[in-house]
Write a protein that binds this ligand. Sequence first.
Ligand code: NAP
Length: 241
Amino acid sequence: MDAQPTKLAYVTGASRGIGEALVQQLLAAGYRVIGLSRTTKIDHPNFTFVQLDLSNLEAVKSFTFDETAPHVLLVNNAGMLGEVGSVGAITDSTFERVMRVNTIAPQILMNQFIKTFNKIAESGHILNISSGAGKNAIDGWAAYCASKAALDLFSETVRLEFNLHQTENWFIHSIAPGVVDTEMQSEIRNSDPSEFKSLDRFIALKTENQLASPTAVAEKLFSVIQEPKQFESTILSVRDF
Ligand code: NAP
């Protein structure tokens, strides 16, 4: 009988884009992976799909980290851009939904993950997929920018608390993945030009082949997962390594 994998990863947004590419790398490296999203297309003996809509916070609060292993990883990768448009012109519900998916659901999952594993796992790592838009304002994206900025500072606070209370084997990083060739980028290129003055820049990135592939970005994320101690700063950008 095969031995149980000693490394277990919970990954949100595993169905496509960066999340799917990262799950494929984790599975190839012998991880057991639990993927949380609304849909899935991964079929692998070490992969389990849990259907979860992160905009439904009651469902997120009901999720339990039932499986365990000596080394546990949580990747908060799922994210949404939301309605693109200037503040004053967009619907109020955009703020709520973007914050629920990009910020509050990851916060609840981090809380439960730490609560579940901090006494029983040999090591724990949280990897939040942030964005350059959490550091630099982009017109039409106020909800998204604010949601990622909040994720960054939340991560820094958790890091401070790890330093104060946890063992040295707990790590957290909030990583901007660069501009990546996924559905999110095609959604961006389909924005209404009258609501998004930066549209030409994003169209040019695609036509000039400047977008990174999800696989290349997943390789960089995986290098942080493999050697978390090497990445001292909590806030990272894949462009820096
Ligand atoms: P993507 O291709 O659009 O994939 C988004 C993923 O999030 C999907 O797996 C989707 O799964 C999941 N998701 C979205 N809403 C969800 C919900 N309500 N509940 C559960 N899962 C949900 O996007 P991506 O480009 O790979 O983005 C991954 C992360 O990178 C995001 O956090 C994004 O903000 C960040 N990022 C991307 C770029 C870029 O250039 N692509 C740049 C900076 C940051 P289901 O639809 O199956 O639920």
